[in-house]
Design a binder for this molecule. Structure first.
Ligand code: NI
Length: 224
């Protein structure tokens, strides 16, 4: 019986010494891939002075190179930073546009760095490692500009405020070997802003623009 017990002890230690497929406390991982930001947008109406133009704005989607880095605080929890090359979105007159012109109003660029705490819940021996996360986003909005035809009619000084808000995501890593893995994630970010501009010397504004995008990312990852 004693021999059997020690045999079990040896077996247990051999199993414990097997390289775990999943991540471990202290691991640093990096992922690079394509990130699409698709706004679930809505906006209040455009005002010029006190005149309600009766239509809002829409924000269109964009795809860029997405990067993220994560550090494992425990075997199951990591803290992740999302970075990317700047996204540029067309801003159009809203779908309520009574003339349905679909005119491009202008465009804006932004960077949406997001810090997320993720929890991995699958068996560490499994190559498929799904996770859920919740985080904070700060979106820097810059290079706001009206299209040439809108500048020509006197629109200028287009400016959108930066945004700070919550984000949430689900994702999964699929381990190809001890170092490399594939990743897919879908993230929702609460990005809310407002716009100001001038029309031939009269101030205008859009008091609420909800961008609230779905960010879909497919990437290749590496564990250091
Ligand atoms: Ni929102």
């Amino acid at each position: 019986m004693k021999k059997l017990t020690s045999a079990f002890a040896i077996l247990a230690s051999v199993c414990a010494a097997q390289p775990a497929v999943a991540f471990n406390k202290g691991d640093i991982i990096a992922r690079i891939g394509a990130a699409n930001i698709n706004p679930n947008d809505s906006s209040s109406n455009i005002f010029v002075g006190i005149t309600d133009l009766g239509l809002g704005v829409t924000v269109e989607d964009d795809t860029q190179i997405g990067l993220n880095f994560a550090y494992f605080l425990t075997d199951k929890l990591n803290i992740e930073v999302l970075a990317a090359t700047p996204f540029t979105h067309d801003v159009n007159f809203g779908v309520n546009d009574p003339l349905s012109t679909g005119n491009k109003l202008g465009e804006v660029s932004h960077l949406p760095p997001t810090v997320t705490l993720n929890y991995y819940f699958n068996d560490p021996a499994n190559a498929f490692q799904p996770y859920v996360g919740i985080g904070l986003n700060y979106t820097f909005i810059f290079d706001e500009e009206f299209s040439a035809s809108n500048e020509a009619i006197g629109l200028s000084n287009f400016s959108l405020d930066d945004s700070f808000g919550l984000s949430a995501q689900i994702g999964a890593d699929y381990m190809l070997n001890d170092k490399w893995f594939l990743n897919g994630s879908i993230r929702w970010i609460d990005i809310d802003t407002d716009a100001t501009f001038d029309l031939n010397g009269t101030g205008g504004f859009v008091s609420s623009i909800e961008i609230d995008p779905t960010v879909t990312m497919i990437s290749l990852g590496y564990r250091y």
